[in-house]
Design a protein around this ligand. Structure first.
Ligand code: SF4
Length: 617
């Protein structure tokens, strides 16, 4: 536990009885100290693929509640520090780098070193990238092995949605494969609550990690009749290459299969006919956006890992650009961008400035919508142009680029507080203020999940009911994003169950792309190795109910949220042919009064969640 105000630290030991991993212990420490915590799971350094996630816990500035975020691979180097968790408390008065090094000694060297960060963010590769370069240049030589660096960008200082970025460094070479703990805005927490803009860490500590492949293979054979490698290959095919759809990675597979479920132009497509959506998907995405991705990334196998040995190689690259579905969706079709060059430009700038890309992209799409609808002017938002969102004469390359350039202008405007923009306390509070002044609810066009008094979150980019569920942590996969119609009470119960499964993964520091075997097998391994399966699973129940006990969900404030659900239900019946009486009954309610029906649906979902997460008592 490092007090960043003084640089002093102390070490605490916790037995494997009450807390079992980075989430249950992290949430406990957050409650006790309001600390920001970085931890690894008990299998870090083991032969289990995906076991080296670095898990961040704390109080989220944008969600305004406890949150859990994680990044791939960064736990591998962290494990060499010989500790399982780092907690930040206190605040250094000037922006500083936290240096941690366990170099052949008993003690970890800890230094809090001031840096002229605003200057660094403006130089070289800019933002998070130039801060990585600067920190490595200053401290890299002090590590005998490659260290890892966590960095933030200007978004962390000037908004509540700044993420934390890190790239693997191999043999002194800084890679382009950026990994993010983006959701929850923990970059903003690190900078604004603790004054830390970057953390560099590494060491030479060798732990006794589980590395017996013969034993692991036997566990896998008993359960799946396959060796570890075989089962993992099968479980991660979507992320590597899915032969059925001829592409790979989240971007490839999701865009290849979504058809009429596409979301574009700040979700305006939910109001389109199925035929129009299908045409958009086919002409703009399949024939161009996805084709470019397949030709440039999948065919030449431009792929990498997050830093740990992993056969999923889920990081799909094009040169310096790493491509995941959700950022290339929110800063792609959602902003009216259907060309990879344009999307690369906007995503890269947003990443460099250190935003959580999903929230950042969702907000940009919303601001563009407000400009297009003439509810706000370019002057008010400190930009020079309007979006080109006219489908009738949309030029795939030129208009995509135009919209991406507008996106970049908006990012700069947000960071420089141009016009009436000021997101330091979040978009929801800002919208409340300006909606009041203008007499029009600006947030009616922002799809977001509201939490507590001013907490907010751009949902995951799937047009399904679960994406807007009233769970205590939203914006990640602590919910069910199935495309089926699930009656809300049942949906709530399923979301609660899903949350517990995801907590198993997070509390073990495991990448969820390996969930196909990890969430089932690893609790059993906890029994075999540490004799604590039951205690571990009970701790997950306690953790889930603990998080739920602080659930402050707020019914959808935005009309577009209600429409998002309503049109999802309509599409289920009209397009997917779900003729269940329960769906028909909900649609009747929506036809009578959509807001009241939405409220009933929302409360029914919450009842289901509550039912499952209180069961523990
Ligand atoms: S699936 Fe991707 S993020 Fe997960 S461990 Fe493998 S390379 Fe890392």
């Amino acid at each position: 536990m490092v007090d960043t105000a003084t640089g002093f630290y102390r070490t605490r030991k916790y037995g494997l009885d009450r807390y079992f991993g980075p989430v249950d212990l992290g949430i406990h420490l957050t409650t006790e100290y309001r600390s920001l915590n970085f931890g690894v799971g008990i299998f870090a350094g083991s032969i289990f693929p995906g076991s080296n996630r670095l898990v961040v816990t704390g109080f989220s500035p944008c969600w305004q509640g406890y949150y859990v975020s994680s990044m791939g691979g960064a736990g591998l180097v962290f494990d060499n520090l010989g500790i399982n968790m780092l907690s930040l408390v206190g605040k250094t008065p000037v922006p500083s780098v936290l240096f941690l090094n366990r170099n052949h000694g008993e003690e970890i060297e800890v230094e809090v070193v001031p840096v002229a960060v605003e200057e660094i963010w403006r130089e070289g590769r800019t933002g998070v990238y130039s801060l990585t370069d600067a920190v490595y240049e200053k401290f890299g030589a002090r590590y005998p092995n490659d260290p890892r660096i966590l960095v933030t960008g200007p978004a962390a200082m000037h908004t509540d949605m700044g993420g934390i970025m890190s790239v693997p460094i191999t043999k002194g070479k800084i890679s382009y494969v950026d990994t993010w703990a983006g959701r929850g805005g923990f970059g903003s927490a690190m900078v604004r609550d603790h004054g830390i803009v970057a953390i560099i860490y590494g060491g030479t500590m060798v732990n006794e990690d589980f590395r017996d492949r013969t034993v692991a293979d036997e566990w896998f054979r008993n359960k799946y009749d396959m060796r570890l490698m075989q089962k993992d290959l099968e479980a991660t095919s979507k992320y590597r290459y899915d032969e059925k759809v001829g592409t790979g990675g989240t971007l490839g597979v999701n865009y290849a299969t979504m058809g009429g479920r596409i979301l574009a132009f700040n979700y305006r497509t939910i109001f389109w006919t199925e035929e129009a959506r299908q045409t958009l998907h086919q002409e703009f995405v399949v024939k161009h956006y996805l084709r470019q991705f397949n030709e440039e990334t999948i065919v030449p196998k431009q792929q990498a890992t997050c830093g740990e040995p992993c056969m999923a190689v889920c990081k799909k690259m094009n040169g310096i650009y790493k491509k995941d579905y959700e950022p290339y969706q929110t800063m792609g079709p959602l902003c009216g961008i259907f060309d990879q060059r344009a999307a690369e430009k906007l995503n890269h700038h947003c990443d460099a400035m250190g935003f959580d890309a999903i929230s950042g992209g969702g907000v940009l799409a919303w601001l563009m919508d407000l400009l297009d609808a003439k509810l706000l002017t370019p002057e008010e938002l400190g930009v020079t142009r309007l979006p080109r969102w006219d489908m009738a004469k949309f030029d795939l390359v030129a208009d995509s680029l135009h919209n991406a350039e507008l996106g970049c202008e908006l990012i700069d405007a947000i960071l420089e507080l141009r016009g009436i923009l000021d997101f330091r306390e979040g978009v929801r509070k800002w919208s409340r203020l300006h909606s009041h002044e203008k007499g029009v609810a600006l947030h009616d066009r922002l799809v977001y999940i509201a939490f507590s008094r001013r907490g907010w979150m751009v949902p995951n980019q799937y047009w399904v009911a679960g994406a807007l569920a009233p769970m205590s942590i939203m914006g990640k996969y602590y919910m069910v994003y199935s495309n089926d119609f699930i009656p809300p009470r049942e949906l709530g119960r399923k979301c609660a169950e899903r949350m517990k499964k995801e907590l198993i993964l997070d509390n073990l520091g495991i990448c969820r792309f390996h969930r196909g075997w990890a969430e089932e097998l690893l609790p059993e391994v906890m029994g075999t190795l540490y004799n604590c399966t039951e205690q571990f699973l009970r701790a997950i129940d306690v953790l889930a109910s603990r998080l739920h006990s602080r659930n402050c969900p707020v019914f959808w404030e935005s009309e577009r949220n209600v429409d998002y659900l309503h049109t999802f239900l309509q599409r289920k019946q009209a397009v997917d042919g779900d003729l269940s009486p329960e769906l028909a009954a909900w649609l009747e309610k929506f036809a009578m009064n959509k807001v009241e029906a939405g409220r009933d649906f929302w409360y029914e979902t919450l009842k289901g969640i509550d039912e499952r997460l209180r069961e523990f008592f």
